[in-house]
Design a protein around this ligand. Structure first.
Ligand code: PXL
Length: 254
């Protein structure tokens, strides 16, 4: 059985973070490993507190896990601080981890910051160059490039600029043009834009589900393009059947 690892924050609702990543891995029949980077106190209404694990303990979790098990693909989600990002990058190198998907989580669907300000540059400098693919949404692509994205042409320019930071490929999610939702892949050779019907409303955890789907597909041996197509399909299906489990945002049906 193929194995995928998520290094991400804990979301007790199970709608985002490492909990949803594990569920996605299972949906693709991939065995899931998880290392929490931070814990959050949240419900479907929002994120109320963040507890950063002591860096040394975070590092011990990865060391003990990877000295025993070799995952076929790895995903990073909410890493939050420069220290946690640097340790993650160092472990990726130490254990020669391939198929690394970096989801540069910056803000929750309810607008709470999930990364410290001084960690943005660390993410760019330490982690992006090690990634097979990075999966920023439009907002994150704007933060990391300074480009104001309004339409597919801007997405292309931002994707090229992000690729120059070192990842093998870039997928920008969440573009929209009237009635369609557009996600865009740039692998340095060709663009691939995938369009789906735009579904109204806000859903918790969409970015996590997308990036963990890509990770599962890479673990299964698909290339980035194939993984992108399969992930988009999986996310669209899970959005269409989203469920309301609390008083706040809907959660994808996984
Ligand atoms: O969806 C981004 C995200 C990632 N990771 C954790 C989160 C959230 C959003 O709330 O809580 C742990």
């Amino acid at each position: 059985m193929k194995i995928a690892l998520t290094i991400a924050g804990s979301d007790p609702t199970g709608g985002a973070g490492l909990q949803v990543d594990l569920k996605v891995f299972k949906s693709f029949d991939v065995y899931g490993l998880s290392v929490p980077s931070v814990l959050t106190a949240q419900n479907t209404d929002g994120v109320y507190d963040i507890y950063e694990l002591p860096p040394l303990f975070f590092s011990q979790q990865i060391k003990n896990l990877l000295s025993d098990i070799s995952p076929d693909a790895v995903k990073t989600g909410m890493l939050y601080s420069p220290e946690i990002i640097k340790i993650t990058a160092q472990k990726v190198k130490e254990y020669s981890l391939g198929n690394l998907v970096v989801d540069p989580v910056t803000v929750s669907s309810t607008g709470v910051s999930l990364i410290k300000n001084d960690a943005l540059d660390t993410m760019k400098d330490y982690l992006f160059p090690l990634a097979k693919v990075i999966t920023p949404n439009i907002y994150e692509a704007t933060i990391f490039t300074g480009i104001n994205i309004d339409g597919t042409e801007d997405m292309k320019v931002a994707a090229m600029k992000l690729k120059d930071l070192g990842p093998e490929a870039v997928i920008i999610t969440g573009g929209h043009l009237e009635e369609v939702a557009i996600d865009l892949l740039w692998d340095g050779k060709e663009f691939l834009a995938l369009e789906t019907e735009r579904i109204g409303g806000e859903y918790h955890g969409t970015g996590c589900v997308f990036s963990s789907s890509i990770t599962a597909c890479l673990a299964l041996g698909y290339d980035v393009r194939e993984s992108f197509v399969k992930a988009k399909d999986f996310v669209s299906g899970a959005i269409k059947t989203a469920i309301s489990i609390g008083k706040g945002m809907k959660i994808l049906n996984i």
